[in-house]
Design a protein around this ligand. Structure first.
Ligand code: SAH
Length: 225
Protein backbone atom coordinates (compact mmCIF):
# COMPACT_ATOMS: atom_id res chain seq x y z
CA UNK A 1 0.00 0.00 0.00
CA UNK A 2 1.36 3.38 -1.00
CA UNK A 3 0.22 6.35 1.04
CA UNK A 4 0.61 9.85 -0.40
CA UNK A 5 -0.02 12.61 2.09
CA UNK A 6 -0.64 16.15 0.88
CA UNK A 7 0.03 18.47 3.81
CA UNK A 8 1.49 21.85 4.68
CA UNK A 9 3.18 20.16 7.66
CA UNK A 10 4.93 16.98 6.51
CA UNK A 11 7.49 17.20 9.31
CA UNK A 12 4.90 16.71 12.05
CA UNK A 13 3.60 13.57 10.32
CA UNK A 14 6.96 11.99 9.45
CA UNK A 15 7.92 11.43 13.07
CA UNK A 16 4.83 9.31 13.57
CA UNK A 17 4.99 7.24 10.39
CA UNK A 18 8.70 6.47 10.75
CA UNK A 19 8.39 5.00 14.26
CA UNK A 20 7.47 1.56 15.56
CA UNK A 21 5.19 -0.73 13.54
CA UNK A 22 4.67 1.72 10.66
CA UNK A 23 8.39 2.43 10.45
CA UNK A 24 9.20 -1.27 10.30
CA UNK A 25 6.58 -1.89 7.63
CA UNK A 26 8.46 0.50 5.32
CA UNK A 27 11.63 -1.58 5.45
CA UNK A 28 12.50 -4.86 3.77
CA UNK A 29 12.57 -7.72 6.23
CA UNK A 30 15.80 -9.63 6.47
CA UNK A 31 15.15 -12.63 8.74
CA UNK A 32 14.54 -16.11 7.41
CA UNK A 33 11.00 -17.38 7.39
CA UNK A 34 9.52 -13.93 7.08
CA UNK A 35 6.27 -14.41 5.21
CA UNK A 36 6.03 -10.97 3.67
CA UNK A 37 9.60 -9.97 3.02
CA UNK A 38 9.30 -6.80 0.96
CA UNK A 39 8.16 -3.38 2.06
CA UNK A 40 4.54 -3.59 3.06
CA UNK A 41 3.77 0.10 2.97
CA UNK A 42 5.32 3.28 1.69
CA UNK A 43 4.50 6.79 2.92
CA UNK A 44 5.34 9.86 0.84
CA UNK A 45 4.69 13.51 1.59
CA UNK A 46 3.88 16.40 -0.73
CA UNK A 47 3.75 20.00 0.45
CA UNK A 48 1.34 22.27 -1.49
CA UNK A 49 3.76 25.11 -0.73
CA UNK A 50 6.26 23.50 -3.12
CA UNK A 51 3.66 23.77 -5.87
CA UNK A 52 2.48 27.29 -5.04
CA UNK A 53 3.12 30.38 -7.15
CA UNK A 54 4.90 33.63 -6.43
CA UNK A 55 7.70 34.73 -4.18
CA UNK A 56 5.74 33.97 -1.05
CA UNK A 57 4.34 30.64 -2.28
CA UNK A 58 0.92 31.56 -0.92
CA UNK A 59 -1.32 28.53 -0.34
CA UNK A 60 -4.54 30.13 0.90
CA UNK A 61 -6.78 33.14 0.41
CA UNK A 62 -10.00 34.77 1.64
CA UNK A 63 -13.22 32.87 0.87
CA UNK A 64 -15.58 34.01 -1.89
CA UNK A 65 -18.90 34.98 -0.40
CA UNK A 66 -17.28 36.15 2.79
CA UNK A 67 -16.96 34.48 6.14
CA UNK A 68 -14.14 33.94 8.57
CA UNK A 69 -10.73 32.41 7.98
CA UNK A 70 -8.83 31.38 4.90
CA UNK A 71 -9.41 28.73 2.24
CA UNK A 72 -6.62 26.63 0.73
CA UNK A 73 -6.04 27.16 -3.01
CA UNK A 74 -7.04 24.28 -5.27
CA UNK A 75 -4.15 24.52 -7.73
CA UNK A 76 -1.14 23.67 -5.51
CA UNK A 77 -3.08 20.70 -4.13
CA UNK A 78 -4.03 19.48 -7.61
CA UNK A 79 -0.40 19.80 -8.68
CA UNK A 80 0.73 17.84 -5.63
CA UNK A 81 -1.84 15.15 -6.49
CA UNK A 82 -0.51 15.02 -10.08
CA UNK A 83 3.01 14.53 -8.76
CA UNK A 84 1.83 11.76 -6.42
CA UNK A 85 -0.35 9.63 -8.68
CA UNK A 86 -1.15 11.61 -11.86
CA UNK A 87 1.08 9.42 -14.02
CA UNK A 88 -0.07 6.07 -12.64
CA UNK A 89 -1.71 3.93 -15.30
CA UNK A 90 -4.18 1.97 -13.25
CA UNK A 91 -6.41 4.74 -11.89
CA UNK A 92 -8.77 2.09 -10.48
CA UNK A 93 -6.13 1.28 -7.86
CA UNK A 94 -6.03 4.88 -6.62
CA UNK A 95 -8.34 6.36 -4.00
CA UNK A 96 -8.29 9.99 -2.91
CA UNK A 97 -9.57 10.99 0.51
CA UNK A 98 -10.00 14.55 1.76
CA UNK A 99 -9.89 15.03 5.52
CA UNK A 100 -13.06 16.91 6.48
CA UNK A 101 -14.96 17.19 9.77
CA UNK A 102 -18.26 16.77 7.92
CA UNK A 103 -17.10 13.78 5.85
CA UNK A 104 -18.09 10.13 6.07
CA UNK A 105 -17.19 8.66 9.47
CA UNK A 106 -14.07 6.49 9.25
CA UNK A 107 -14.36 2.91 10.58
CA UNK A 108 -12.37 -0.34 10.70
CA UNK A 109 -14.62 -1.65 7.94
CA UNK A 110 -13.52 1.24 5.69
CA UNK A 111 -9.88 0.52 6.59
CA UNK A 112 -10.32 -3.12 5.55
CA UNK A 113 -12.02 -2.21 2.26
CA UNK A 114 -9.39 0.40 1.39
CA UNK A 115 -6.54 -2.03 2.13
CA UNK A 116 -8.14 -4.67 -0.07
CA UNK A 117 -9.19 -2.56 -3.05
CA UNK A 118 -6.44 0.01 -3.56
CA UNK A 119 -2.68 0.28 -4.09
CA UNK A 120 -2.45 4.05 -3.68
CA UNK A 121 -4.23 6.15 -1.10
CA UNK A 122 -3.92 9.91 -1.43
CA UNK A 123 -4.77 11.71 1.81
CA UNK A 124 -5.39 15.42 1.51
CA UNK A 125 -5.04 17.33 4.72
CA UNK A 126 -6.68 20.70 5.16
CA UNK A 127 -5.77 23.65 7.38
CA UNK A 128 -7.53 26.90 8.27
CA UNK A 129 -11.18 26.85 7.09
CA UNK A 130 -10.57 24.01 4.65
CA UNK A 131 -9.91 23.40 0.97
CA UNK A 132 -11.45 24.97 -2.18
CA UNK A 133 -14.30 22.57 -3.02
CA UNK A 134 -13.16 22.21 -6.62
CA UNK A 135 -10.41 19.85 -5.42
CA UNK A 136 -13.05 17.36 -4.25
CA UNK A 137 -15.07 17.79 -7.44
CA UNK A 138 -12.16 17.50 -9.88
CA UNK A 139 -10.55 14.50 -8.19
CA UNK A 140 -13.91 12.90 -7.31
CA UNK A 141 -12.42 12.48 -3.87
CA UNK A 142 -14.27 11.21 -0.86
CA UNK A 143 -14.52 13.36 2.26
CA UNK A 144 -13.71 11.46 5.43
CA UNK A 145 -14.01 12.42 9.09
CA UNK A 146 -12.27 10.63 11.95
CA UNK A 147 -14.79 11.75 14.54
CA UNK A 148 -17.38 14.22 15.63
CA UNK A 149 -15.05 17.03 16.67
CA UNK A 150 -13.10 19.71 14.84
CA UNK A 151 -9.30 19.71 14.77
CA UNK A 152 -6.98 22.47 13.55
CA UNK A 153 -5.74 20.37 10.65
CA UNK A 154 -6.09 17.15 8.68
CA UNK A 155 -2.70 15.78 9.77
CA UNK A 156 -3.97 13.73 12.72
CA UNK A 157 -6.88 12.39 10.64
CA UNK A 158 -4.49 11.39 7.82
CA UNK A 159 -2.17 9.67 10.30
CA UNK A 160 -5.11 7.91 11.90
CA UNK A 161 -6.19 6.54 8.54
CA UNK A 162 -2.65 5.48 7.58
CA UNK A 163 -2.26 3.69 10.91
CA UNK A 164 -5.57 1.92 10.77
CA UNK A 165 -5.32 0.91 7.07
CA UNK A 166 -1.73 -0.33 7.54
CA UNK A 167 -2.89 -2.75 10.23
CA UNK A 168 -5.03 -4.38 7.54
CA UNK A 169 -2.13 -4.81 5.11
CA UNK A 170 -0.81 -8.41 5.24
CA UNK A 171 2.50 -8.68 7.11
CA UNK A 172 2.36 -5.30 8.86
CA UNK A 173 1.29 -6.84 12.15
CA UNK A 174 2.82 -10.04 13.46
CA UNK A 175 0.60 -13.13 13.29
CA UNK A 176 -0.19 -12.88 16.96
CA UNK A 177 -1.12 -9.19 16.80
CA UNK A 178 -3.33 -9.93 13.79
CA UNK A 179 -5.20 -12.52 15.82
CA UNK A 180 -5.62 -9.99 18.59
CA UNK A 181 -6.96 -7.54 16.03
CA UNK A 182 -9.85 -9.87 15.22
CA UNK A 183 -11.14 -9.48 18.73
CA UNK A 184 -10.89 -5.68 18.54
CA UNK A 185 -10.83 -5.21 22.29
CA UNK A 186 -9.26 -7.69 24.64
CA UNK A 187 -10.48 -6.13 27.87
CA UNK A 188 -8.26 -6.02 30.94
CA UNK A 189 -4.58 -6.92 30.68
CA UNK A 190 -1.66 -7.26 33.09
CA UNK A 191 2.08 -7.78 33.08
CA UNK A 192 4.81 -7.98 35.75
CA UNK A 193 4.94 -7.47 38.69
CA UNK A 194 2.30 -9.77 40.12
CA UNK A 195 1.86 -7.40 43.07
CA UNK A 196 2.25 -3.69 42.36
CA UNK A 197 2.87 -1.52 45.36
CA UNK A 198 1.67 2.04 44.83
CA UNK A 199 1.38 4.60 47.61
CA UNK A 200 1.62 1.90 50.29
CA UNK A 201 -1.23 -0.11 48.77
CA UNK A 202 -0.83 -3.50 47.11
CA UNK A 203 -2.51 -4.04 43.75
CA UNK A 204 -2.65 -7.68 42.69
CA UNK A 205 -3.18 -9.21 39.27
CA UNK A 206 -6.60 -10.97 39.35
CA UNK A 207 -5.83 -14.65 40.20
CA UNK A 208 -7.57 -16.02 37.10
CA UNK A 209 -4.72 -14.55 34.96
CA UNK A 210 -2.23 -16.76 36.81
CA UNK A 211 -4.41 -19.89 36.64
CA UNK A 212 -3.22 -21.09 33.25
CA UNK A 213 -6.86 -21.81 32.38
CA UNK A 214 -7.24 -20.03 29.05
CA UNK A 215 -10.97 -20.55 28.74
CA UNK A 216 -11.48 -18.94 32.14
CA UNK A 217 -9.11 -16.08 31.25
CA UNK A 218 -11.05 -15.37 28.04
CA UNK A 219 -14.32 -15.46 29.97
CA UNK A 220 -12.96 -12.98 32.52
CA UNK A 221 -11.60 -10.69 29.79
CA UNK A 222 -14.81 -10.52 27.82
CA UNK A 223 -16.83 -9.85 30.95
CA UNK A 224 -14.49 -7.00 31.97
CA UNK A 225 -14.78 -5.03 28.70
N1 SAH B 1 -14.54 25.56 9.92
C1 SAH B 1 -14.14 24.38 9.24
C2 SAH B 1 -13.11 23.65 10.10
C3 SAH B 1 -11.89 23.33 9.37
S1 SAH B 1 -10.80 22.40 10.34
C4 SAH B 1 -15.33 23.48 9.04
O1 SAH B 1 -16.30 23.62 9.77
O2 SAH B 1 -15.30 22.61 8.15
C5 SAH B 1 -9.36 22.44 9.36
C6 SAH B 1 -9.02 21.16 8.65
O3 SAH B 1 -8.82 20.16 9.62
C7 SAH B 1 -10.09 20.61 7.73
O4 SAH B 1 -9.93 21.11 6.43
C8 SAH B 1 -9.83 19.11 7.76
O5 SAH B 1 -8.85 18.74 6.79
C9 SAH B 1 -9.23 18.89 9.13
N2 SAH B 1 -10.15 18.30 10.13
C10 SAH B 1 -10.58 18.90 11.27
N3 SAH B 1 -11.36 18.08 11.98
C11 SAH B 1 -11.42 16.92 11.31
C12 SAH B 1 -12.08 15.66 11.54
N4 SAH B 1 -12.81 15.44 12.61
N5 SAH B 1 -11.91 14.68 10.62
C13 SAH B 1 -11.18 14.90 9.51
N6 SAH B 1 -10.54 16.05 9.24
C14 SAH B 1 -10.65 17.04 10.12
Amino acid sequence: MNFHVITLFPEICEAYTSASVLGRAQKTEKGKGAKHRGKKIEVKYYNPRDFAKGKHAKTDDRPYGGGPGMVMYAEPILKAWEKAVGKKKDQKKIKTLIMAPRGKAFTTKMAKDLAKKYEHLVLISGRYEGIDSRVQKILKAEEVSIGDYVLTGGELPALTIIDSVSRQVPGVLGTFESLEEERVSSGEMYTRPEVLEYKKKKHKVPPVFLSGNHAEIEKYKSSSK
